[in-house]
Design a protein around this ligand. Structure first.
Ligand code: GLN
Length: 193
């Protein structure tokens, strides 16, 4: 599997090593040409307003939007989830998103950096190994879930891991856990396409 990691800002290296450990050939995506031949792409956590701006500057927004519209598998974590959503609440003026998964998300819903937290998640379909230890950092909240979206995990009834077809999004940072089960789940999606 040839899988891209959007490498404009954020936790690129952590995603790249989780994917490589799971057997993928990883490409850091900084320019439109880097999208060629990818079986899927990861949009990392970081700052969605900054990544949105850098996508425009790099001329990457439109070509990536096209690939996503064609059904390229994508895994967005935290800021990456915001970038893939149809609706952003509390975004910056002009902040764009790809609308690849029918959810409404509120940025920074859990407060400031020091209100970061960890939670032990029961994840649907991730296989054996017990709960997934998830790290939430200035996490977005999913406030609306469209009918085509499956919620794979929640915290106190709030969705934190969702899927719509080939698009998987997490409000947390799976790349910061030792556990690569979610990266492997994503690679299975890429393989099945
Ligand atoms: N608060 C960030 C944003 O709006 C997301 C935080 C993160 O990715 N850890 O993009």
């Amino acid at each position: 599997m040839k899988v891209g990691v959007l490498a404009l800002q954020g936790d690129v290296a952590e995603h790249a090593s989780a994917l490589a450990d799971s057997g993928a050939h990883v490409v850091e995506v900084r320019l439109p040409g880097h999208l060629a031949g990818l079986d899927g792409i990861v949009l990392p956590g970081g700052e969605s307003t900054t990544i949105s701006k850098l996508l425009e500057l790099a001329g990457l927004f439109e070509p990536l939007a096209e690939r996503l519209a064609e059904g390229m598998p994508a895994f967005g974590t935290c800021a990456g989830m915001i970038l893939l959503a149809t609706e952003i609440v509390d975004g910056h003026p002009g902040q764009r998103s790809f609308g690849a998964i029918d959810i409404g998300v509120r940025r920074n819903a859990f407060g400031r950096q020091r209100q970061s937290f960890e939670a032990s998640l029961e994840v649907d379909g991730v296989g054996p190994g017990g709960p997934f230890d998830a790290v939430f950092i200035r996490a977005p909240a999913v406030e609306r879930v469209g009918p085509a979206v499956a919620v794979l995990a929640d915290v106190d009834g709030r969705p934190v891991l969702c899927r719509q077809g080939p698009v998987l999004v997490a409000a947390f940072h799976p790349e910061l856990s030792e556990d690569t089960r979610l990266h492997r789940l994503f690679l299975d999606t890429c393989e099945g396409m």
